[in-house]
Design a binder for this molecule. Structure first.
Ligand code: 1PW
Length: 210
């Protein structure tokens, strides 16, 4: 217990959880028969929250919004087994796009995961100590098209309060090399998971651009 802070490896934990999800998907063919369970998915998503926290006070709203939506999915897992069934319920109830619907929350959470994926890709590809460019690129690519002027403005103000690359490594309890490895693992696994979720939406004609 005394060593808990020392041994805490949030980046490793999230990379491992997503590797497991990706393995479950890869062990089957990526088609309609593959069923991802809500419980392990929402659990893996909770492990991404510490990363948002590490990005500093400026991303408090992003963190709170993400956590609330992941909590909703975790709550769904108590009564619904798979993401398929969760979406089917919303389709039946005709509430897919309604604010707060589980399917809508799933789409938002998926974007959060995808933004972290792009952020890691950019961090791996860059060498500077500033996270501003990697974070700006990730936000611009994944979230900005869906956010109004006010949120985009707030996020771009927040970019000046990001930790440095070195500070992030310390918060994550990793060094450059170990962080790079874990980030690469997350990028690959997240890609499989995001592709799968996109297919869930597209195969039901629900669209992913809203
Ligand atoms: C990694 C680089 C740092 C970039 C952080 C970007 C944060 C992006 C998320 C900010 C969201 C905070 C404000 C909430 C926005 C909601 O309106 C929106 N949620 C999302 C995740 O886009 C839509 O949610 P809704 O209407 O379905 O409840």
């Amino acid at each position: 217990m005394a060593n808990q802070a020392v041994e805490e490896k949030p980046l490793r934990k999230m990379a491992e959880a997503f590797k497991e999800l990706a393995n479950t998907l890869n062990s089957q063919t990526l088609d309609e028969t593959v069923q991802m369970e809500v419980a392990p998915f929402s659990h893996a998503c909770t492990l991404v929250s510490p990363l948002f926290r590490c990005l500093g006070i400026a991303f408090k709203f992003a963190e709170l919004d993400y956590i609330a939506k992941v909590d909703d999915l975790a709550d769904a897992s108590k009564s619904i087994t798979t993401l398929h069934k969760m979406m089917e319920q919303d389709i039946q109830a005709n509430c897919v796009r309604r604010a707060g619907s589980r399917t809508r929350n799933l789409l938002r959470v998926k974007r959060g995961l995808d933004m972290v994926r792009v952020l890691f890709e950019q961090i791996i590809a860059s060498e500077g100590n500033s996270l501003k460019d990697p974070a700006s690129k990730a936000y611009t690519q994944v979230f900005a098209p869906y956010h109004g002027w006010a949120i985009r403005k707030a996020v771009s103000a927040g970019m000046y309060a990001l930790p440095t690359r070195q500070q992030l490594m310390i918060k994550l309890n990793e060094d450059e090399n170990s962080a790079r490895t874990q980030m690469q693992n997350y990028v690959a696994s997240c890609d499989t998971v995001v592709t799968y979720i996109d297919k869930l939406f597209i195969s039901r004609d629900l669209g992913i651009d809203w």
